[in-house]
Design a binder for this molecule. Structure first.
Ligand code: GDP
Length: 329
């Protein structure tokens, strides 16, 4: 049973009522087909109210200062009159769905602010699934009037790629004095960053941070450019001491404006829409394939035959596929 009618949810979200927004996101995160369909109907109706925010991805290894940064940066953005939603992608999240305790304690000040909305990663869903749910949460937050969406990822490899595929600008937080390998950042992630901020540039760490800044500035010259007129910016900040927030915002705005001027923004968003469509289509195909009577058992049998060398993997896939076709046609 769904407690709220579609009309109530739509009206509530448009009025920026947090309880209803949270309720809608919970429905979007649900594994139940009935809930998925319900929320898709709502998102369709809300589509004209979506897409107007600036979507910013934030990544960096655990301990780099992401939550401290989001506290400071979020507060700064709100002081400028913005409404900020923070969504987290964490494929390893064990929190129970919908509980915001985890992120409330990570960002205690922001969590209390009326102009901020914080939503942690849905629990117990594969990364592909998490990215899809976060995308829907993002659209719902936009419809609720949040004009800046910060999508945070805990750096665990693939989740950064998932985030970079759903945002307009991608910010990578780094530390000075640790090699890239130590920071667990893959070259590809560095290359997909539009802005690199070296955090913890305070106290004894200022000199080292400035040196790291020079080093990264040299390194980014070699990166392929997303569009001709943009070379990855490298800054130093101190999330703890609230330093560098204005500078980082100015760089993001500069990126947004150039990205729009040179059509990168539009191209990126429409590429993302196509990508989301394909992901959804793959999900649906796989979902229905595995739900088709007898297929799951057959897949298991095939896996065992493949590992024993009794059948080739492509022949096994063919058999499953044609059996599926015969059952649905
Ligand atoms: P996260 O795991 O990336 O979210 O990192 P946190 O925000 O939890 O920060 C990890 C630790 O680094 C905490 O003890 C913070 O207080 C500290 N920290 C974060 N930002 C800064 C900073 O700018 N300067 C200093 N000195 N410490 C910081």
């Amino acid at each position: 049973m769904i407690k709220y009618s579609k009309k109530e949810l739509i009206k509530g979200i448009k009025n920026s009522e947090r309880v209803l927004l949270s309720r809608a996101i919970t429905l979007a995160e649900s594994q139940k087909e009935e809930h998925r369909k319900y929320i898709h109907g709502i998102i369709e109706k809300l589509l004209p109210d979506t897409g107007k925010s600036l979507r910013i991805g934030i990544t960096g290894v655990p301990g780099v200062g992401k939550s401290t940064f989001i506290e400071s940066f979020g507060a700064y953005l709100i002081s400028l009159g913005h409404k900020v939603a923070v969504l987290t992608i964490d494929p390893s999240s064990k929190q129970s769905g919908g509980s915001i305790l985890g992120d409330k304690t990570r960002m205690p000040q922001l969590a209390l602010n009326d102009n901020a909305y914080i939503r942690p990663s849905p629990a117990g869903i594969s990364l592909g699934g998490v990215a899809g749910k976060t995308r829907e949460a993002m659209l719902l937050c936009e419809a609720a009037g949040y004009n800046i969406i910060l999508v945070e990822t805990v750096g665990v490899g693939q989740s950064e790629t998932a985030v970079s595929e759903m945002v307009d600008a991608f910010l990578l937080l780094m530390l000075s004095g640790a090699g890239d390998e130590l920071q667990g950042i893959k070259k590809g992630i560095m290359e997909s960053a539009d802005i690199i901020a070296i955090n913890k540039c305070d106290g004894d760490n200022i000199k080292k941070s400035k040196e790291a800044q020079m080093e990264y500035k040299r390194a980014v010259q070699m990166f392929p450019r997303k569009f001709e007129n943009w070379v990855t910016e490298v800054l130093t900040v101190s999330a703890l001491e609230n330093m560098g927030m204005e500078e980082i915002w100015q760089k993001i705005l500069k990126f947004e404006s150039l990205s729009k001027k040179f059509n990168h923004f539009e191209r990126n968003r429409s590429g993302q829409l196509i990508n989301w469509f394909e992901t959804e289509l793959h999900f649906l195909l796989n979902h229905h394939l595995m739900k088709t009577k007898g297929i799951q058992d057959k897949v298991k049998t095939m896996k065992s035959k493949i590992s024993k060398g009794e059948i080739s993997s492509f022949r096994a896939a063919d058999i499953i596929f044609y059996e599926f076709l015969s059952k649905v046609s």
